[in-house]
Design a protein around this ligand. Structure first.
Ligand code: HH2
Length: 253
């Protein structure tokens, strides 16, 4: 899964893809490089961020989606039903909701009615406050039990289980140690029986571990580690080097 953030302030690629023509060109390149889907987002969820209105989110993402519809498999990174609805109408096939259907009461019904795919992600707290001393007794068990509950909720709302993937939410209310433990203990999430998505690309834990601002090598290592622990969808900003690394990791395993 390639990442396109149409935002001025994303920690990883803020400002780079604000021009819809540039964002569309970058998305097409990601597919050429081997991405199976491109995740387009119009609201940064970086620690401390305040959020934007649905109107502003739509103003950012719709021109990009409209340029790519029918050409590139698209995911919309949003927790707002109004944004998801317009994105699905414009051709997106997956709703990536970092609130796991807790943000907007209308989103579950919309996904159920549209037949879209859905990603449910774990987040402790909310972006504004989530990195303020996150604590868990057993991060793997707690994240798995949250995802189990959200999966049951989604299915009860009429979303077929076969359409749902699960994500431990690397960096969303977690310390470096929590993030590493979640990759190590991915089996507890895999036991829920759904494909697992991991997004470690360019996250600040990698900088804390390496002390380097160039996060490419660290991102690839994290993606390969997640793959070896069972993740089958890797959310990444630098598609080509990740695809190469994952082809080799898959060939060896
Ligand atoms: N991470 C980010 C955003 N959306 N969605 C899922 N399912 N999993 C993730 O790990 C995830 C996500 C944050 O990364 P990024 O999009 O690069 O930055 P920002 O939120 O600042 O736009």
């Amino acid at each position: 899964m390639g990442v396109i953030n149409v935002t001025p302030d994303s920690f990883s690629d803020g400002g780079v893809h604000l021009d819809p023509d540039l964002a569309a060109a970058a998305s097409r390149r990601m597919v050429e490089e081997g991405a199976a889907i491109v995740d387009v987002g119009g609201e940064s969820t970086r620690p401390g961020s305040e959020g934007v209105s649905a109107e502003e989110e739509l103003r950012r993402v719709l021109p990009v989606l409209e340029r790519l519809a029918g050409e590139v498999p698209l995911s919309i990174d949003t927790s707002k039903a109004a944004v998801a609805r317009a994105a699905l109408d414009a051709g997106a096939i997956l709703v990536n909701d970092v609130t796991a259907l807790r943000g907007d009461p209308e989103l579950a019904g919309l996904v159920a009615d549209s037949g879209a795919y859905l990603c449910l992600m774990h987040m402790h707290g909310e972006p504004r406050t989530m990195q303020a001393e996150p604590r868990y007794d057993d991060v793997g068990a707690e994240v798995a039990s949250f995802l189990e509950e959200r999966l049951a909720f989604a299915v009860a709302q009429g979303i077929p289980e076969e359409r749902i993937c699960l994500d431990p939410g690397i960096g969303f209310g977690k310390t470096v140690a929590h993030n590493l433990e979640l990759v190590r203990r991915l089996d507890v999430v895999l036991e829920l029986g759904r494909p697992v998505l991991v997004g470690f690309s360019r996250k600040s834990s990698l900088r804390r571990l390496t002390g380097s601002d160039d996060l490419l090598g660290a991102s690839i290592a994290a993606a390969v580690a997640a793959f070896e622990h069972g993740a089958t969808i890797l959310r990444v900003h630098d598609v080509k080097p990740h695809v190469d690394a994952l082809i080799v990791a898959a060939a060896v395993s």
